[in-house]
Design a protein around this ligand. Structure first.
Ligand code: ADP
Ligand code: MG
Length: 263
């Protein structure tokens, strides 16, 4: 569904995303992992065409992304950037309405279909009672759901999420992860997201791609990517890997057993 061929992008002399060759299948949930500054956001920006590659291609369903019309790109891909402007002076309903923009021919009245999809997006994200509330008045978790509602109102085939759970407490993090699973299972959306919580990524993803210094270092199912060597070479930590209910997870093992921080 989404292929990158020898994708390269240079921000400066000190950072270059190099030769990214990936095939993302339809219906996959893929998490991008890697230290800060490893190029995760740059990669998402490239595949959503917010920036243009220095060389290489992104193919979406066999078509070159850089040849597609903007509306066509937006009908296929929705991107939730890393930090949203929380000062936006709009209601939840108005925000979600923006998501219909790529499907509309002008600024006229919303069609019945637009309205139904907006209501669907608000329903899926459980925001019905907040529809007329100002975005700024919502809690972090509700606001994140509102941004996701806007993205899915685009009815994208591929949903790109840059750190959708950062700054949320654990229950709201899990709520977002469950929503992502539901969008994938019920509506067949392909999801590519950046996560910092490696255990959550392993638990909710079909595939993990680990970047470091602008290149892909590990790519595979969680069971294969979660290994001591990955933690050592990418994050420079020692880790123990465990399995519970078919899910893989790790704990860092730099502290000796029983040792605790004495502050
Ligand atoms: P990540 O999302 O993995 O933390 P990014 O893709 O945001 O990493 O950034 C990768 C590298 O590119 C970093 O070193 C960052 O400082 C640099 N970078 C990101 N955006 C820009 C930009 N607009 N101009 C120059 N350098 C940038
Ligand atoms: Mg980032």
């Amino acid at each position: 569904m989404l292929i990158t061929e020898e994708l390269t992008y240079r921000h400066s002399d000190s950072f270059e995303l190099t030769s990214i060759d990936l095939h993302i299948k339809q219906g996959e949930i893929v998490s991008l992992l890697g230290p800060n500054g490893s190029g995760k956001s740059t990669f998402l920006r490239l595949i959503s065409r917010l920036i243009t590659p220095g060389s290489g291609e992104v193919l979406l369903n066999g078509e070159r992304l850089n040849r597609m019309k903007s509306q066509e790109v937006a009908r296929n891909l929705a991107m939730l950037p890393q930090m949203q402007d929380h000062q936006l002076d709009v209601t939840v309903g108005e925000l979600v309405e923006f998501g219909r923009h790529p499907h509309r021919s002008g600024y006229g009245k919303l069609s019945r279909e637009d309205q139904e999809i907006i209501d669907w997006a608000i329903g899926v994200t459980k925001l019905e009672k907040y529809k007329n509330r100002m975005l700024q008045s919502l809690s972090g978790g509700e606001r994140q759901r509102a941004w996701i509602a806007m993205a899915i109102a685009q009815r994208p085939k591929v949903l790109l999420l840059d750190e959708p759970t950062t700054y949320l407490d654990i229950s709201h993090q899990l709520e977002v992860m469950e929503l992502v699973t539901q969008l994938n299972e019920t509506y067949g959306m392909t999801v590519i997201m950046v996560l910092h919580d490696i255990n959550q990524a392993a638990s909710y993803s079909d595939r993990l791609i680990v970047l470091k210094d602008g290149s892909v270092r590990f790519d595979g199912i969680p069971q294969c990517v979660l290994c001591k060597e990955m933690f050592h070479s990418i994050f420079e930590i020692d880790a123990e890997i465990f399995m519970n209910n078919g899910k893989y997870f790790f704990t860092p093992s730099t502290l000796e057993k029983g040792e605790c921080y004495e502050g």
